[in-house]
Design a protein. Structure first.
Length: 193
């Protein structure tokens, strides 16, 4: 829909005219879950020291063909079409090679105090396996993600932003990443965008 030449909504028109920040495009495509991740990362990320070459915001996204990229990275329709042509699969070198290269570059640039927090699905091997190889015990995730689906994690992240309370993190390595479904989020605390 966003790539259609006939689309006339703001994001599609801006893409037709040039480029748009990758975070904005992914939030449109993925809906609540990515909106939650983006809002949370913008609120709580502690960017590394200037000069490291990392995102000014400290927030990165995993792409299908370009590895880890800052949410501010501009993308074009052509780049999005290339993303759409590749499955996110551990064994696909078109996905794996750039992700490994960008994660290694980040590992070399960050200091020992810098936390690497994964806001994606911790139950999926498609990126957890790769990121664990690179970051090891430094790779953290919100413990409250265990047992939650995408929409529940998105809602949890948005509620956390609204309350101003950062979620507690634990290392992915050795953690229980699959668990019973926690109670549903209180609909009275729903966040609307």
């Amino acid at each position: 829909m966003v790539l259609s030449a006939r689309a006339r909504f703001d994001l599609a028109v801006r893409l037709q005219q040039g480029q748009v920040a990758i975070g904005e495009v992914f939030a449109f495509i993925s809906g609540l879950y990515f909106k939650g991740k983006l809002a949370y990362a913008r609120e709580f990320a502690k960017p590394p020291e200037p000069g490291t070459g990392l995102a000014a915001s400290g927030a990165l996204v995993i792409t299908p063909t370009a590895g880890l990229r800052a949410v501010e990275t501009p993308v074009t329709n052509d780049a999005l079409r290339k993303f759409a042509a590749v499955d996110i699969a551990v064994g696909d070198p078109r996905y794996r090679t750039p992700l490994v290269a960008s994660a290694r570059a980040i590992r070399e640039e960050i200091t020992g105090e810098c936390e690497v927090v994964l806001l994606g699905s911790i139950a999926s091997a498609k990126y957890v396996e790769i990121l664990l190889e690179i970051f090891g015990e430094r790779l953290l995730f919100p413990i409250d993600f265990v047992g939650r689906g995408d929409m529940s994690r998105g809602g949890l992240l948005l509620r956390s932003v609204r309350s101003g309370e950062e979620l507690p993190y634990v290392p992915v390595q050795g953690a229980v990443r699959h668990g019973p479904r926690p109670p549903k989020l209180d609909p009275r605390t729903r966040v609307r965008f």
